[in-house]
Write a protein that binds this ligand. Structure first.
Ligand code: HEC
Length: 159
């Protein structure tokens, strides 16, 4: 089979090009598959698994209204820029960012509970489902939840 391949490629430019395109696409597909497999092997969860409660996200909406809307609109944390910044990272990364930098005027000024609920609200506004258990400020647990933002059909790129 490999011998045939080598002979077939010689002097056959169109086939070379097709082969090249195929090779260029392959790594993308397999990287995704590997990521999915690793997930189930490690028992790691994604933000699609219901990692916060509905009540927590509602509380987060109030925290957001008090501490964040002076500079932000919810729309600024959804869509392509947010996906580009956070897809594939962990909830621990997003938590660390918010705690260390936000509110920009007074970083770290909220309680851990408030940061958790505002985090839940950010996840909810990105279409993540609520679940039965609260998101808790346990570093190991937050590290084990991957932010999964792009999988269709939930995500439709806004124009
Ligand atoms: C005083 C203004 C101000 C306040 C209040 C503020 N932010 Fe920000 N935030 C910014 C600015 C400016 C940026 C852009 C990055 C930077 O300059 O650090 C940003 C960036 C962000 C980002 C990353 C980019 C994005 O839009 O998703 C997140 C997430 C975020 N803020 C969340 C929050 C949350 C949650 C709160 C409330 C707890 C909050 N911010 C309060 C000014 C503010």
């Amino acid at each position: 089979m490999s011998g045939d391949g080598v002979r077939g490629l010689r002097g056959s430019a169109p086939r070379d090009v097709r082969g090249f395109l195929l090779l260029a696409l392959l790594p993308v597909v397999s990287a995704g598959e590997i990521a999915a497999q690793t997930d189930s092997v490690n028992g790691g969860r994604t933000t699609r698994a219901g990692v916060f409660t509905a009540a927590q996200a509602e509380q987060g909406e109030m925290v957001y209204a008090l501490s964040c809307v002076s500079c932000h609109t919810p729309a600024s944390h959804t869509g392509p820029p947010f996906v580009a910044a956070w897809h594939g990272k962990t909830v621990a990364d997003l938590f660390a960012y918010i705690r260390d930098n936000m509110p920009k005027s007074e970083p770290g000024s909220l309680s851990r509970r408030e940061y958790m609920s505002v985090l839940a609200y950010l996840l909810r506004m990105n279409g993540m489902p609520a679940g039965r258990e609260e998101l808790v400020p346990d570093p190991e647990q937050l590290k084990s939840i991957r932010i999964e933002l792009t999988s269709p059909p939930d995500y439709i790129q806004p124009r």
